[in-house]
Design a protein around this ligand. Structure first.
Ligand SMILES: [Ca+2]
Length: 454
């Protein structure tokens, strides 16, 4: 796609408009720019397993195997592009990056810490920005039966006596809490990975609610929406990796005070489709003008670090991968680019887990279907046609675009919990972004990414 003088002019106007808007915006203060922190599964350049899938080499079940080597793959690069873009805009006084907190997800959290350090400290020279390790895995069990006490009582998952709150606080959560409470300016949380640490923060630190300007999360599907890239079904990764935490984020009592903005796949998936692709590569990215030795080094590393990932993605989907996590940053800085509205978010459970009495088996006790893939289950994209990898998801995060919708937060219950907290409360009011505001806004978004991704 060609971008001529008109687009460049629009870009300048857009940046000025954003800077002006920032001076008045909720969530900004004396500095005049939005203050953000990242909860991110930043994995650029890593060939690794998805974090939390299993870092323990030994199982005591004869039926279990050590994690197979084939699960190692070049992992996603969209977090790093969002982080690098944010740091570049921070240097231009368009945004303030208050902290960067890796969480398991695309890769193992431990390796992600090294990626965060590479981008924040080495490439961008920002020794002043706090970083701390977040969750290494979901803080609730998923795809496993519940844990029981010796007397037969279930080990509770949620609540102050549940295992989530008892175990979820890690250095990232503690540091995010400190940054929020010590700042005199509200902070926006960019949740671009699994929601474990953000859910923990809201469930264990009621005081932070009034300090959060907004949580902007790269997650969710609109009701009845199949998630596809070039016709191939994909999953809602950030929810899938920790459905328990995702539910607890929406359920946190103090979180009711916190605005939540969901960047739905209906929007964020658009620019990975063959007919509407935004590609970040050597043909579209040129760094700042004029370049500096630091900018050239940073762009060169970012491009090199994504090569294997883009090869893998192209092998699967036929085109390069477009941007995803950068939508969250753009939603904070240039909200006018997107079509967002009031909606309600809820969680749909997918029957049946393998330990359910209703799980279908033959006379020998062998399963007749994949877990969570019952033919009549309400989860979109589940079922044998899409394979077990896409069906082994105990729940989905769904958004209704009807803000008056008043159903429960957790739905589709199969009377077997699948380890999701059964909160008896209504669906959560959210803002959901589902489209670009216009074709011109889509082109402006692309231009901003081309300009600031390096
Ligand atoms: Ca991510």
């Amino acid at each position: 796609m060609a971008h001529g003088a008109t687009a460049a002019t629009a870009l300048v106007l857009l940046l000025c408009a954003a800077l002006h808007a920032c001076s008045d915006a909720e969530g900004s203060g004396a500095g005049g720019v939005p203050r953000v922190l990242f909860s991110t599964d930043v994995a650029n350049g890593l060939v690794d397993t998805h974090g939390g899938s299993g870092q323990c080499a030994v199982s005591f079940s004869a039926d279990e195997k050590p994690f197979p080597d084939s699960a190692f793959a070049a992992q996603d690069v969209d977090d790093g592009w969002a982080l690098a873009m944010a740091l570049n805009l921070d240097a231009m006084d368009v945004v303030e990056v208050a902290g960067v907190f890796p969480t398991f997800g695309n890769a193992t959290m431990s390796a992600e810490m090294l990626v965060a350090r590479k981008i924040v400290r080495d490439l961008k020279g920002r020794d002043d920005i706090p970083m701390a390790p977040g969750a290494m895995a979901p803080a609730t069990q998923t795809l496993q039966p519940r844990t029981f006490w010796f007397d037969g009582n279930e080990v509770r998952i949620f609540g102050s006596d549940g295992l989530f709150e008892a175990s979820c606080r890690n250095p990232a959560v503690v540091e995010m809490e400190r940054l929020l409470l010590e700042s005199d300016r509200p902070t926006t949380i960019l949740a671009t990975g699994p929601l474990t640490d953000v859910a923990c923060l809201l469930n264990t630190s009621p005081r932070v609610a009034s300090r959060i300007a907004e949580i902007v999360a790269l997650v969710s599907r609109v009701e009845n929406e199949s998630l596809q890239v070039n016709g191939t079904v994909v999953n809602d990764f950030n929810f899938r990796m920790d459905p328990g935490a995702g539910t607890l984020l929406l359920a946190a009592p103090n979180a009711r005070e916190v605005p939540i903005r969901l960047m739905a796949f209906a929007l964020t998936g658009q620019t990975s489709q063959a007919d509407d692709l935004i590609v970040l590569d050597a043909t579209t990215l040129h760094g700042p003008s004029p370049p500096t030795p630091e900018s050239e080094r940073s762009l060169a590393w970012m491009l090199r670090a994504q090569e294997a990932r883009q090869e893998l993605w192209t092998e699967i989907f036929g085109t390069a991968e477009g941007p995803f996590d950068q939508y969250t940053l753009a939603a904070v800085l240039w909200p006018e680019l997107f079509d967002c509205q009031d909606g309600v978010a809820y969680v749909v459970e997918c029957p049946f887990p393998a330990w359910s009495p209703a799980y279908p088996v033959d006379a020998q006790g062998d399963p007749l279907e994949d877990p969570y893939a019952a033919p009549d289950n309400p989860c979109i994209d589940h079922g044998s046609t899409n394979g077990s990898a896409l069906s082994s998801v105990p729940a989905q995060l769904v958004v209704s675009l009807d803000p008056t919708e008043s159903g429960p937060l957790v739905r589709g219950r199969s009377n077997v919990t699948g380890n999701l907290p059964a909160r008896d409360q209504p669906a959560r009011a959210v803002t959901v972004c589902t489209n670009f505001a216009s074709d011109a806004a889509r082109d402006e978004f692309a231009e901003l990414l081309y300009q600031h991704s390096w």
